[in-house]
Design a protein around this ligand. Structure first.
Ligand SMILES: C[S@@+](CC[C@H](N)C(=O)[O-])C[C@H]1O[C@@H](n2cnc3c(N)ncnc32)[C@H](O)[C@@H]1O
Length: 256
């Protein structure tokens, strides 16, 4: 078991409570999931989506809701096509058994499943190479060691069908002094003390602070995505206190 898996196993039981104390956490997940749902809804066939690093299922829930919402929108325009397209399949993948147990304990619609897997070492035969319409990866990439990130992104691209989409949500403060200052203040005045109080697990939240401080700039992540073969790469930050700190990236596996 890796250190990251062990840290998340230990924090799993309190994870939902702690993120609920972060204003905007679920809103930003919904916003990233909505981007992926919209990009993958335009096709008149079953949509298969991965939630990579699904954790306790917060991002999976955002994806389920976003797909339902997007279907309602598409239904108004193209009712017949959508009715024949079949249900959405969503597979949540995570490294931590503890986080997966939290996810599995919740109620999900048909078509949602969870599986243990480490992005960067996934079994592509088992998951299906080029078999997925899209992938959501919220708070994953930073947790992959820097020297393994390029290979992990190449692996993710190989999972996507030609023309399939990847949406990443991730913290990045490397190119902004103001963002680093806000991140330091919020981490040491709120996130780490709350982690100690609620979870008795300040180590996980100190790791969160440190990993964000050390993570790639947005430009570096864009470079990695391009080097992994993705095209149509764009990114934007979120509104609110995490402006300039939290970013959403969109990238596409080129159509053949
Ligand atoms: C901060 S949680 C985010 C969970 C969820 N996406 C959300 O937004 O609530 C990060 C998750 O990434 C998982 N993780 C870290 N590295 C991973 C990897 N290489 N492959 C799969 N999961 C990983 C951890 O186990 C943890 O559950």
């Amino acid at each position: 078991m890796t250190d990251v898996a062990a840290a998340f196993d230990r924090g799993a039981a309190s994870y939902d409570l702690l993120v609920s104390l972060n204003p905007g956490y679920h809103r930003h997940l919904r916003s990233a999931a909505a981007v992926l749902a919209r990009l993958t809804r335009s096709r008149p066939r079953p949509v298969r989506l991965l939630d990579l690093a699904c954790g306790s299922g917060a991002s999976t829930r955002a994806l389920v809701d976003a797909c339902a919402e997007a279907d309602r929108g598409v239904l108004e325009d193209r009712a017949e096509e959508v009715r024949t397209s079949g249900a959405t399949e969503i597979l949540g993948v995570d490294l931590s058994e503890g986080m997966l147990a939290q996810a599995r304990s919740k109620t999900w619609p048909a078509g949602v499943e969870f599986r243990r897997g480490q992005v960067g070492g996934l079994d592509l035969d088992e998951l299906g190479e080029h078999a997925w319409s899209g992938a959501l990866a919220c708070y994953l990439v930073r947790n992959i060691p820097s020297d393994e990130r390029d290979a992990a992104l190449r692996e993710v691209r190989r999972l996507l069908e030609p023309g399939g989409w990847l949406v990443i949500q991730e913290y990045s403060v490397a190119e902004s002094l103001a963002a680093r200052l806000v991140w330091d203040v919020v981490s040491w005045s709120a996130i780490i003390p709350l982690g100690a109080l609620v979870d008795r697990n300040p180590g996980l939240y100190r790791y969160l602070w440190r990993s964000v401080r050390r993570f790639d700039s947005t430009a570096e992540l864009v470079r990695r995505l391009a080097a992994a073969g993705f095209t149509d790469i764009r990114h934007r930050t979120v509104p609110g206190w995490q402006r300039g700190i939290l970013h959403t990236f969109v990238a596409r596996n080129p159509a053949r």
